[in-house]
Design a protein around this ligand. Structure first.
Ligand SMILES: *[C@@H]1O[C@H](CO)[C@@H](O)[C@H](O)[C@H]1NC(C)=O
Ligand SMILES: *[C@@H]1O[C@H](CO)[C@@H](O)[C@H](O)[C@H]1NC(C)=O
Ligand SMILES: *[C@@H]1O[C@H](CO)[C@@H](O)[C@H](O)[C@H]1NC(C)=O
Ligand SMILES: *[C@@H]1O[C@H](CO)[C@@H](O)[C@H](O)[C@H]1NC(C)=O
Ligand SMILES: *[C@@H]1O[C@H](CO)[C@@H](O)[C@H](O)[C@H]1NC(C)=O
Length: 765
């Protein structure tokens, strides 16, 4: 799915760069304080932009070659500025304006593509899912591919009326009307000006030029965050169960900013800006681009504006694992979510002619195959046959056989489609070494299964050596009770390249083989030849784990109305767990050794909503703290002004705090491995939200090669809301050669009732 998106993106960028000769869309950041101070239009930013843009357009008329400036959006809520299509000349004159901060070229980001509530410990009528905590209104805004409003997951029966503070609307468009929204789906908007500037007008026979979802991704993520409880949800009767959002009484607002070829940054910003102005409490973004410094990362900048207005922002970490430093969306004010397996799987059994058997995974819903002739695709066609690319297989060589295909380039279900088209009877889909033992369950259109890299090797050896190789595939349906959670190999990893002083990702949540709502007009395999219509579909990605956390944040917001976004984040992080359901450390499917997963895979651990509701202590962070953090990253004043919108000055350089002093609920330490007795000290402040009188004692699990001292070693609170500080010193022991690049430990504050845990991750340089 990811790859498919990327390919489309490449194809279309090549085309669009020709189409937009001489003009490019830019996102222009302006200093808000300079605007509102202007004489012409005091206090009215929109008016001011219009004046500026009009004057620029007039100037450019004098130059015959330049057409008038085209304004796409004005941003006022989460950032200050606008998006416009500009010529180089226009850009140059804009740069001379008083108040100009930066112009970032628009770019395309890509999507990071129900049993889960039970796995998370949420049960109807109990704890966080009890009536009292569900009663209050929380609104989740989903920036994605839109929504299928008629889906049963978004029915509004029994919902109270829409809160009066809500300012959103239901926008009309292709097959979407004002009445498409209801008391559950309370708003829907579509943003495509940036996209159309890239790709040309949206073809309404291929996509809805409206908030309606033609891809499935947005419907899936929205229902994961806030879909209704739906009994007997299933996909082809395989994954039968209750489907439900994490906070099924939340309201949903859909902001469609992603289209067939991706999501234009200018549209995402417009969606975020509008969503915050409309009054969402939580923003969920299952998308991302290349990791870059926060002052040039528009999603990070807009998220900062949203967080300042009290909105919780949750983003996917990305699907570029298991490689180090692949994590995106890393700004410390964003909740960055990794993806892990749940205890449910869809196993298959592959039996080779030599009697050997292997377990794979599939959502194919039909009968098992007989023992059939087996053929390796690379010997059964032309160029690209090993990958079962479009038209590469020779029908003569695959007819009636089970075909062995390798992963890469085209989508997993597309490979099955090619085998079927060429007359094949089934498919074994092998992982490469890089993909290791990751097993996706896909809704194949023929009897097909995925197999891990080690099984793949055995299959290839067998096909290469046997005279008349055969195989059969049996589909075992849905199985519970697997060892879980385990980190998905594809889940992007830290350390963050942009802000190594903060551990990223922050937490992990279910993201593999997730069942959620699906538009009935979109085939579950996303293949045009697949005519099946489903109400629910199973897909994987950090795209799927992110809305789980968005929904949980909404749950916490309904219980703790006054908590800041940083407090909710802290609660989810310090209560996260790092052991699986068999009491072992959480495993890493992306690891080549049997070493367990580290904080650079799962951050603080797997979210635990029941504990998060009552964390004992929280690490709170104010907007000013974040800005001070940016000062300590040595950002220039104009870079910081992009985030502060002109309303902040760094303290004198001499009194800069170290970046590690950001009051984050985890510790990232960077030390020289050869240095001996070199140390760094960080300060933290915790707020008591547990019992009024309580004493906490610190317990440290020291990372290899490091000594950790905490001062003081115990904290005694007398009141709720009381804040106490401590310092922690990390000293490199030196001498002993450290064999790894990273070492890990933890710092835990324990009272009678609470365990407040922070991971420590050391990067040796
Ligand atoms: C338009 O929406 C309705 C639901 O209101 C749906 O049944 C119908 O199939 C949609 N039409 C198209 C062309 O997608
Ligand atoms: C829109 O897509 C349809 C179906 O592929 C195609 O027939 C039609 O020509 C397209 N329209 C435009 C304006 O490109
Ligand atoms: C695992 O090992 C294989 C082969 O040795 C290699 O190709 C792959 O990149 C390794 N994966 C990681 C995450 O190191
Ligand atoms: C910022 O600059 C100071 C002084 O020049 C330096 O000590 C520090 O390491 C720099 N910090 C970062 C994150 O680059
Ligand atoms: C600047 O910040 C202060 C407090 O941080 C706030 O009260 C004020 O409204 C802000 N001004 C602008 C123009 O944003």
């Amino acid at each position: 799915m990811m790859l498919w998106t990327c390919l489309l993106l490449l194809a279309f960028m090549a085309a669009s760069s020709v189409a937009s000769v001489g003009k490019q869309t830019y996102i222009i950041h302006m200093d808000k304080t300079k605007i509102t101070a202007s004489d012409d239009t005091p206090g009215n930013a929109r008016k001011w932009y219009e004046v500026v843009i009009d004057s620029m357009s007039e100037n450019s008329y004098e130059d015959e070659q330049v057409s008038p400036l085209e304004l796409l959006y004005i941003y006022e809520t989460t950032i200050s500025g606008f998006a416009a299509q500009l010529s180089t000349k226009q850009l140059e004159s804009l740069k001379k304006l008083n108040g100009f901060l930066s112009a970032i070229p628009d770019e395309m980001l890509s999507l990071h593509t129900t049993h889960t509530p039970l796995f998370l410990g949420l049960q109807p009528g109990r704890g966080l899912w009890s009536a009292s905590s569900l009663a209050s209104d929380v609104i989740i805004g989903i920036v994605d591919t839109g929504i299928w409003p008629e889906h049963v997951s978004f029915k509004d029966s029994g919902m109270p009326k829409v809160p009066s503070r809500w300012k959103g609307v239901c926008e009309k468009g292709t097959n979407f009307s004002r009445s498409s929204c209801n008391k559950k789906l309370i708003g829907a908007r579509a943003f495509f000006k940036g996209y159309e500037a890239f790709a040309g007008r949206i073809n309404e026979t291929l996509d809805y030029r409206s908030p309606r979802d033609s891809e499935g991704h947005g419907t899936h993520t929205a229902s994961t965050a806030a879909g209704n409880l739906v009994h007997s949800a299933s996909l082809f009767g395989v994954a039968k169960g209750v489907a439900s959002g994490m906070r099924y009484t939340s309201r949903v607002a859909a902001y469609k900013a992603c289209w067939t070829a991706g999501c234009a940054n200018s549209d995402i910003l417009a969606a975020m800006d509008r969503a915050v102005a409309d009054g969402v409490d939580v923003l969920s973004l299952s998308l991302g681009g290349i990791s870059r410094p926060y002052y040039s990362d528009n999603v990070a900048i807009a998220s900062f504006g949203a967080v300042q207005k009290g909105v919780f922002v949750s983003c996917s970490a990305g699907n570029s694992g298991p490689f180090s430093s692949s994590v995106g969306n890393t700004a410390p004010w964003i909740m960055t979510v990794a993806a892990s397996y749940i205890d449910r799987s869809f196993p298959t059994k592959v039996k080779l002619g030599n009697g050997k058997t292997f377990e794979g995974s599939s959502l194919y819903s039909g009968e098992r195959t007989k023992q059939l002739p087996l053929v390796y695709a690379s010997t059964a066609g032309g160029i690209g046959a090993n990958l079962c690319l479009d038209g590469s297989l020779s029908p003569k060589l695959v007819k009636g056989k089970i075909v062995v295909c390798e992963r890469g380039i085209n989508s997993r279900t597309q490979k099955g489609e090619q085998v079927k088209k060429a007359g094949g009877a089934g498919m074994l889909l092998l992982n490469t070494e890089d993909e290791g033992e990751e097993l996706f369950a896909d809704p194949h259109i023929l009897p097909a299964t995925s197999l891990g890299a080690s099984a793949g090797k055995a299959v290839k050896n067998y096909v290469g050596s046997a005279k008349t190789p055969t195989a059969s595939v049996t589909f075992k349906g849905m199985v519970y009770g697997n060892t879980a959670p385990a980190m998905a190999a594809f889940s992007s990893r830290g350390p963050s390249l942009v802000g190594p002083d903060v551990i990223k990702p922050d937490v992990t949540a279910p993201g593999v083989n997730i069942l959620a709502a699906w538009p009935p007009k979109t085939s579950p395999s996303l293949l045009n030849t697949d005519k099946r219509s489903v109400m629910f579909n199973i897909i994987s990605g950090t795209s799927m784990s992110c809305p789980h956390v968005s929904g949980l944040a909404a749950l916490l917001k309904s219980v703790h109305k006054r908590w800041s976004s940083a407090a909710i984040k802290s609660a989810l992080m310090t209560t996260a767990y790092t052991v699986d359901n068999k009491r072992g450390p959480i495993a890493d499917v992306g690891s080549n050794t049997s070493a367990p997963a580290t904080p650079f895979a799962f951050g603080s651990g797997h979210v635990d909503p029941q504990s998060a509701a009552n964390p004992g202590l929280i690490y709170d962070i104010s907007s000013k703290d974040y800005l001070n953090y940016l000062c300590s990253l040595n950002y220039t004043s104009s870079q910081i002004a992009l985030l502060s919108r002109g309303n902040f000055t760094c303290p004198n350089k001499a009194v800069f705090e170290p970046a590690g002093n950001l009051n984050y609920p985890s510790f990232a330490v960077i030390l020289d491995e050869n240095a001996r007795k070199v140390s760094v000290a960080y300060k933290r402040t915790v707020t008591n939200v547990g019992t009024p009188r309580s004493t906490y004692v610190v317990k440290v699990d020291e990372p290899v090669g490091l000594s950790v001292t905490v001062e003081p070693r115990s904290l005694t609170f007398g009141n709720l809301g009381e804040k106490l500080s401590y310092s922690v010193r990390f000293t490199a022991l030196g001498g002993k050669k450290i064999s790894t690049k990273f070492s890990f430990g933890s710092l835990i504050w324990m009272s009678e009732l609470y365990t407040v845990r922070s991971p420590i991750a050391v990067t040796w340089q």
